[in-house]
Design a protein around this ligand. Structure first.
Ligand SMILES: Cc1ncc(COP(=O)(O)O)c(C=O)c1O
Length: 461
């Protein structure tokens, strides 16, 4: 990682961190090719070069974890357990917290849902990603209260306080909230929500899938009970995720999966059955052979971000956000989606609609004509996007024909997202592409295939 030194004013801003795929070129329908501009970090971020190098250096030493007498097994076990400690440091865990390695944020939140004490009341805003909206209802003995979309951070806290104050009878309760929205990028008032939850005897889990890659997360400082995130959004795409936080509910719960690794001893009973003593450590919920490469990759990413300096990464990302917002503001046909208002603090995730354009068509043209990868749709947060768009979504329809006259509402949105590896050129090219597409239209024809707009083959529009 090199730090920009060209001006005193930007001494605290880093250069982009090297990521895999930074030189990959993709063909353009209009001829030639372009270096791929990965502007879909919110879905999956490119791997940090450092993470890839660390994994490659470890790969020859790969061995079984927690179950081998050989040297490489012991080395791999140490690596896995050290990864746990690195992640705990990265997240500001308290001494008694547990770090459980999972497959993803979705897996982490499903694990926590499975571990809730009987009769827990769960409070969740309707604006959540489906991964934090849906796991709770699967428990028949858990009551879920869905809270309406707040329009300011203060309203979020007030809404939660009212809902918690009204709950009867008093028993275990959990609040689940996103740290940063995967649709608007807006930061949620996690510390204030945690204080409100605790004042009413409830606990709180933070869905940090979009927060952790962009912003320091400190469990102790936030006074949050758990945090969940995914490796593939944190530049470590090897199939692992994390649930970190309070040990008690996890220790008392049935193991997430039954099997080796989670069990300490297993014996036959006189009546022919089987007695199991389960671990009470994180291993209780990590049955089966653990994903050592995934865990190590996450730890490597945590170290890389810490060493680069989160303040400098945040400063750089804020510059990119300002550039994107200013550029989009110059195009009157573009409307950026926001729950908390234009100036709300946010991470590098922005969704928008373009008057007179079907979002799938626009995203397809960005890809096919400019080599830019964004996402279009409802982003696994259907209630939120529908609220922001003010209506129901539908299929892309005809790509060639705009879905409505300028000024009509769009039925899906386009999301651009970026992070530690994004060079300025990707953002500049994106803004130029938006300006050109809006002013001149697409240069190619598109058709609908499997509900998505794709370039029509060999057919200039
Ligand atoms: C806010 C948020 N939470 C949860 C998830 C789910 O993450 P994963 O698909 O890695 O489980 C995502 C993924 O986009 C997300 O953006």
């Amino acid at each position: 990682m090199s730090v920009s030194t060209n001006a005193a004013a930007d001494r605290s801003v880093c250069a982009p961190l090297p990521v895999l795929g930074r030189d990959v070129t993709v063909p353009l329908v209009t001829g030639g090719e372009a270096v791929y501009a990965a502007l879909d970090y919110a879905a999956s971020a490119p791997a940090l070069q450092r993470v890839w190098d660390d994994v490659a250096a470890y790969a020859p030493y790969y061995g079984s974890v927690h179950r081998g007498a050989g040297y490489l097994s012991q080395l791999s076990t140490d690596l896995f357990e050290n990864a746990r400690r690195t992640v705990a440091d990265f997240l500001g865990c308290r001494p008694d917290d547990q770090v459980v390695f999972t497959r993803s944020t979705t897996d982490s939140l499903n694990l926590l849902a499975a571990a809730l004490p009987q009769g827990t009341r769960v409070f969740v805003f309707e604006t959540e990603h489906h991964a934090s909206l849906l796991p709770w209802e699967r428990r028949a003995d858990v009551a879920v209260t869905y809270l309406n979309a707040p329009r300011t951070p203060r309203q979020a806290v007030d809404t939660l306080e009212k809902a918690l104050a009204a709950r009867e009878p008093y028993g275990p309760a959990l609040v689940c909230v996103t740290g940063a929205s995967n649709v608007t990028g807006e930061l949620w008032p996690v510390r204030e929500l945690a204080a409100a939850a605790h004042a009413h005897g409830a606990r709180i889990v933070v869905d940090a899938a979009q927060l952790a890659p962009h912003h320091p997360v400190d469990l102790a400082a936030l006074d949050a009970d758990w945090v969940a995130f995914s490796g593939h959004k944190l530049y470590a795409p090897f199939g692992a995720g994390v649930l970190a936080g309070r040990a008690d509910w996890l220790q008392d719960a049935e193991p997430y999966l039954a099997g080796g690794g989670a069990s300490r001893t297993v014996s036959r009973r006189a009546d022919g059955g089987v007695d199991v003593a389960w671990h009470t450590t994180a291993a209780r919920h990590e049955a089966g052979s653990p994903n050592v490469i995934g865990a190590y990759a996450i730890a490597s990413a945590c170290q890389a971000l810490t060493e680069a300096g989160f303040d400098a990464l945040v400063a750089r990302e804020q510059e990119l956000i300002a550039k994107v917002r200013a550029g989009l503001a110059e195009v009157p046909e573009v409307r950026v989606l926001s729950l908390f208002g234009e100036d709300a603090p946010r991470v590098g995730v922005l969704s928008f609609v373009v008057d007179g354009w079907n979002s799938s068509h626009f995203a397809a043209a960005l890809s096919a004509e400019y080599g830019i990868g964004v996402r279009d749709g409802l982003f696994c947060a259907h209630p939120l996007v529908r609220t922001l768009l003010g209506g129901e979504s539908q299929d892309p329809g005809e790509c060639g024909a705009p879905e409505g006259a300028p000024g009509e509402r769009s039925l899906n949105a386009i999301r651009v997202s970026f992070g530690a590896g994004t060079p300025d050129e990707h953002v500049s090219r994106f803004l130029r592409a938006v300006r050109e597409l809006v002013a001149e239209g697409a240069r190619w024809s598109y058709r609908v295939e499997d509900g998505r707009c794709v370039p029509a083959r060999g057919d200039v529009g």
